[in-house]
Write a protein that binds this ligand. Structure first.
Ligand code: KDO
Length: 332
């Protein structure tokens, strides 16, 4: 199913997705919270949701996660929540930007500095109108921010064959990106030739040579075993990647104030636990990948930063960014 911005917003504005939504599911008198995501069950976001979030809300909610995109395809989850067919997902600014162009600000490379900066930005007062618009027009509450990690280039060639120091070295490299405009733009801004591939297809695409490489944070490269089918990791740290926990507003409004507070506390605790684990893994994993025989090295990051930032400032995306927000973000 293709999500169109106009289609979704029209449904939201007319309230039709609310009217057409099926009854909120209840199992044994508990609210059913189905979450759909392409994340694997061993990914730290999944671990935190299963071990921290699920048990904390178990008094009134039956948390039912579906990993590996088995319930909804990557990128179709927001539409499913808006239409009342799903209660939760792990979304991203890249997905939100397809519907609300101002969210593309967070798809820009080299904007957020680190995990702490990312959390401060999500909680900053200037984010409120953006979150409110998503809630009002799409019926989706963004409950918390989850740190996915710093995205790094991960290629099939050994460094001896392809030494990537600057964006020019990526010319012609078929770099897999998730299939939205914002991700594809990031691939081009890095200097590569971006190819859209769903997350669940990346391992095979690397194995068969359909793509030359992909970008993800180190914990994802380990968890999804991309190191088995690649030869180098070039530490560009081009995006401090963030995910948001999306929650159906319709379901939220049916919860009591106490239940809402419990959900919020539980999801924040899950995000905190996940953030600490991802940060620790990012530290540890360089040694792991080297031990697996991969070349792991730092390129000319200043060259990548200059190239990527210039591409964004000149791009049509930046025209939709809320006025002054880049400065507000940098000030935090
Ligand atoms: C990916 O497709 O590369 C990506 O890392 C993008 C993220 O925004 C996030 O959606 C993630 O995939 C999935 O949750 C799978 O880990």
């Amino acid at each position: 199913m293709k999500i169109t911005r106009r289609g979704l917003l029209a449904a939201g504005a007319a309230g039709s997705f609310v009217a057409a939504a099926p009854q909120i599911l209840r199992a044994a008198d508990k609210v059913v919270l189905r979450l759909s995501t392409p994340a694997t069950p061993t990914d730290q976001r999944a671990v935190a949701l299963t071990d921290v979030f699920g048990p904390a809300v178990a008094g009134f909610a039956d948390f039912q996660p579906h990993w590996n995109a088995t319930l909804f395809k990557q990128g179709t989850e927001l539409a499913a929540i808006a239409r009342g067919n799903l209660e939760m997902s792990i979304t991203s600014p890249q997905e939100l930007a397809q519907i609300f162009p101002n969210w593309s600000i967070f798809t820009a490379g080299y904007l957020l500095r680190d995990a702490e900066h990312q959390k401060k930005v999500f909680e900053a007062p200037f984010m409120e109108p953006m979150k409110q618009e998503v809630e009002d027009k799409l019926g989706v509450k963004l409950l918390t921010v989850m740190y996915l990690g710093r995205r790094q280039l991960n290629l099939r060639f050994p460094k001896a064959e392809k030494d990537v120091q600057t964006p020019a070295d990526l010319a012609g490299v078929k770099l897999r990106m998730p299939g939205t405009d914002a991700w594809m733009f990031l691939g081009r801004a890095l200097g590569a030739n971006p190819v859209p591939v769903a997350f669940t297809e990346v391992y095979t695409a690397l194995q068969t040579g359909a793509i030359d490489g992909q970008d993800n944070p180190l914990p994802t490269d380990k968890d999804s075993k991309f190191y088995e089918v690649t030869k180098q990791i070039c530490l560009t740290s081009h995006l401090v990647d963030q995910n948001y926990i999306a929650f159906s507003k319709k379901v939220w409004d049916k919860l009591s104030k106490d239940e809402q507070a419990t959900v919020q506390k539980a999801i924040d605790a899950a995000a905190d636990s996940e953030r600490q684990k991802q940060l620790a893994l990012e530290e540890e994993l360089v040694a792991f990948f080297k031990a697996q025989g991969l070349d792991v090295y730092t390129p000319d990051v200043a060259a990548f930063r200059a190239h990527v930032q210039e591409a964004y400032l000149k791009s049509p995306f930046s025209k939709d960014w809320p006025k002054g927000m880049v400065d507000e973000i940098n000030k935090l």
